[in-house]
Design a protein around this ligand. Sequence first.
Ligand code: ADP
Ligand code: MG
Length: 261
Amino acid sequence: MLELAGQQDGIADSPLAVRGLTVSYGEKPAVFSVDMTVRPGRMTAIIGPNGAGKSTLLKAALGILKPLSGQVRVYGEPLEAMRGRIAYVPQRASVDWDFPTRVIDVVLMGLYRDVGLLGRITGRHRAQALDCLDRVGMKDFAARQIGQLSGGQQQRVFLARALAQGADLYLLDEPFAGVDAATEKAIIDVLKGLKAEGKTVVAVHHDLATVRDYFDDVFLIATRKVAEGSVETAFTPETLQATYGGRLATAQVDQLSRALG
Ligand code: ADP
Ligand code: MG
């Protein structure tokens, strides 16, 4: 009976489904009783004001944070069994960029499942890593120290690492924050390419003006879920008002009026 119920509300088919997810750092929950059902083969934007719980939701979905309560299912299974199918690109600001590592080594980290804990990195692994760097336009930078790159270039390298994992579900936290226009274009092209291969992309996204161009679905959150569904049905002035309330900054209102025509 329970399994049947799961299938009926789409958990079994969903690359990422959470139910009743509550996450708290202290007394006040950062994410409260959230249900989310990501649809396969689509690109979903997680949208909400600063502090709305977007990063927390992703981290709990990835098992980086332990929820107070709730369930996470990845392709219908508990997370532990499905880790190999998920790739994560964290928010750039959360990464220690002074760590002395070459670009190629960052990407090779994405291949660790393939290499094995005590395995040797072979020419084939290097070729795979270079191919992933090529897909994000960063092949020429393979021997550079990661700390010597621009923000946009660092973001591309972390996307290359995610590509190296060969995952089916890609979770990205503000992949376009603080990157140049060329990088934004390069990243969105790669993400659309993944979608064309049937992969699923979920990204925290802050630029309301590009939601319609880039994404199929939206998930609006302000600690609690506000709306979820296709851009056409769930990304509306009403749902945005409910998500941002009085907190929409002037710049965002400008973006919004452009985005919604
Ligand atoms: P968003 O990504 O939507 O900006 P976050 O998920 O980062 O929001 O944060 C949600 C809430 O949890 C905020 O109120 C934030 O201050 C709080 N928070 C986030 N990370 C921590 C932490 N490590 N310790 C304590 N509080 C945190
Ligand atoms: Mg965040």
